[in-house]
Ligand binder design. Structure first.
Ligand code: ADP
Length: 335
């Protein structure tokens, strides 16, 4: 396992600048999640680290030394993609053993068998080892894909939306398993997703990408509580942060707005119910683990949380006011 340091990394494809001057340290043993919408540059970052593409500028160091001159195999990285990449004609056992039979590793067969058994246990598929890869469910296939990365002991695991093709229940199970594997192995992970729940539940650090730029990097709580911009603030939190004009509740100074505030950002915990201007209940949404209240404050829509036993319904009114909200300037930067 090793620290990975990206310095001033840039990459252009034709007219598209996919990555712009990205500098980032992935600490040894960290679980770093890159978060951003489609096209933000997440996969490009993984491909450059893996050596599947070369950067136009910048450097990639693993364990203290630049790897730019190394081939993908020499970099000693394991990668898991969104699509399963299994050999359909081989059994699960042989699929898992495949990376260890590479001439570069030359591991004796008895050690391979032991390692495959261990990983099958971790992924809870030991009873499937003799099945053909094609005789598995989607979730089992993706477990085997992850297992093919885990059998090795690479310097870093790169994962590109490995759970996105799975159903919600399996995704939730595998999130927990990946986190457990991370703690058990003490491995370094760089994990790409646009799913904020994956980011919040698994990451030790989150890096937020916006059109090829790394706009914030830090522990999940810090990104959630102290976003540098409306863009970052909107990436985390359910319901999504409400962004309104700074004067939506009245003169902004009355609520402690700093000079230059153009927008007020309100997460549910920033909305005090029972005081302040009147808002109209538009809709109540019961999601089981939370009850969402859709409110109209004049022309503005706010989604916040309600007591699950609330008697409020559409057409009712409710007093609300901001409490320690987030303020942003006209460009959406936090102030
Ligand atoms: P993400 O993984 O965040 O969705 P990508 O890294 O795949 O984003 O892509 C970043 C940008 O680079 C996108 O605009 C994408 O269209 C472009 N891009 C990525 N790979 C290529 C390629 N091989 N050829 C042309 N454009 C590409």
């Amino acid at each position: 396992m090793a620290e990975v340091v990206l310095t001033g990394l840039s990459k252009t494809y034709g007219a598209t600048q996919a990555l712009k001057d990205v500098t980032l340290t992935i600490p040894d043993g960290a679980f770093v999640v890159l978060l951003g919408p489609t096209g933000a540059g997440k996969t490009t970052t993984l491909r450059l680290i893996a050596g599947l593409d070369q950067p136009d500028a910048g450097d990639i160091a693993i364990g203290g030394a630049s790897v730019l001159a190394e081939t993908p195999a020499q970099r000693d990285i394991a990668m898991v993609f969104q699509q399963y990449s299994l050999y359909p004609h081989l059994t699960v056992r042989d699929n898992l053993a495949f990376p260890l039979r590479s001439p570069m590793i030359a591991m004796p067969e008895d050690q391979i068998a032991a390692r495959v058994a261990e990983v099958a246990q971790v992924l809870r598929i030991p009873h499937k080892l003799d099945n053909k890869a094609t005789a598995l469910s989607g979730g089992e296939m993706q477990r085997v894909s992850i297992g093919r990365a885990l059998v090795r002991n690479p310097r870093i695991y790169l994962m590109d939306e490995p759970l996105s093709s799975l159903d919600a229940k399996l995704r939730a199970d595998l999130r927990i398993e990946l986190k457990r594997i991370h703690s058990d192995l003490g491995a370094t992970f760089l994990y790409v997703t646009h799913d904020q729940i994956e980011a919040m539940t698994m990451a030790t650090h989150i890096g937020v990408l916006d059109q090829g730029r790394l706009v914030q990097f830090g522990p999940p709580r810090e990104i959630y509580e102290n976003p540098v911009s409306t863009y970052v603030a909107s990436r985390l939190g359910q319901p999504r942060i409400a962004l309104l004009p700074a004067d939506a509740f009245g003169p902004p100074a009355q609520f402690g707005a700093p000079e230059g505030a153009a927008q007020i950002g309100l997460r549910p915990e920033h909305i005090l119910q029972g005081e302040g201007p009147s808002a109209l209940v538009h809709r109540l949404e019961h999601l089981g683990d939370q009850t969402r209240l859709h409110l109209d404050l004049g022309p503005h829509r706010i989604v916040t949380l309600a007591d699950p036993h609330t008697r409020l319904g559409p057409g009712d009114t409710l007093l609300i006011r901001p409490q320690s909200p987030l303020w942003f300037d006209a460009q959406g930067q936090r102030i």
